[in-house]
Design a protein around this ligand. Structure first.
Ligand SMILES: N[C@@H](CCC(=O)N[C@@H](CS)C(=O)NCC(=O)O)C(=O)O
Length: 216
């Protein structure tokens, strides 16, 4: 198997943490996609993932799987011992629900803010920053407000339970943690009125899978 990704970027970090949690980081080859050279917007990469983003998992039979949650589900279930996506119906449903909120309110929201309302990866790389797309800036600003609401929501959640989806660490924790990594790109940090989120962030940062993940 191969992972096409870019070290140091937040969505690729989700998968690197998953691989470390699963003890699978030695079983996989990493293929570096040069985002600053817009390699992910070229036909060769778009043939693997038409949405032009990393990470992408390539299976040995040539199938390409994009979207961090889909890659996580595949890797987590590969050894028949899922530890991040739940085992019982109830666990799976709650993790799925929190994961969806983490994608929508956190990592997608801050990503949209970064790419549409700040210089992002730079004008030459992002054709959508052309004048016709100028109206996107206002939408991008609203995504920052959504992200801030998301931080307050997850702060409330973490005031009553140790992890995002309950008592156990799960993929939803990885997504929220990586969203906070993403927020650091445009200089957004956890506000003082979110102490439970800040304490959780410190705790997650100490996990070996997060601390020692490859390429970070
Ligand atoms: N929904 C995708 C998001 C992937 C994503 O946005 N990746 C970023 C890197 S953190 C990317 O490739 N950005 C390049 C761009 O938007 O041009 C996932 O869950 O994997």
């Amino acid at each position: 198997m191969k992972i096409h990704d870019a070290p140091g970027f937040p969505n690729p970090a989700r998968i690197r943490i998953v691989l470390a949690e699963k003890g699978m980081d030695q079983d996989i080859d990493f293929v570096h996609v040069d985002l600053f050279a817009a390699e992910h917007k070229q036909p060769a990469f778009l043939a693997r993932n038409p949405t032009g983003v990393v990470p992408v998992l390539e299976l040995d039979d040539g199938l390409f799987i994009a979207e961090s949650i889909a890659i996580t589900e595949y890797l987590d279930n590969l050894d028949g011992n899922p530890i991040l996506t739940g085992t019982t119906l109830r666990e799976k449903a709650v993790i799925h629900m929190m994961q969806k909120r983490a994608d929508d309110q956190m990592i997608d929201a801050i990503g949209n803010y970064f790419h549409h309302a700040t210089p992002g990866l730079g004008d030459t790389l992002q054709a959508y920053k052309s004048p016709e797309w100028a109206h996107r800036k206002e939408w991008g600003e609203r995504q920052l407000a959504k992200f801030k609401d998301g931080m307050r929501y997850f702060n409330e959640v973490l005031s009553t339970q140790p992890y995002i989806a309950g008592d156990k660490f799960s993929v939803a924790d990885i997504t929220v943690y990586c969203a906070l990594l993403h927020a650091a790109f445009p200089g957004v940090t956890v506000p003082e009125d979110c102490p439970a989120l800040a304490a959780w962030q410190k705790k997650i940062a100490e996990r070996p899978s997060v601390k020692n993940r490859s390429g970070q």
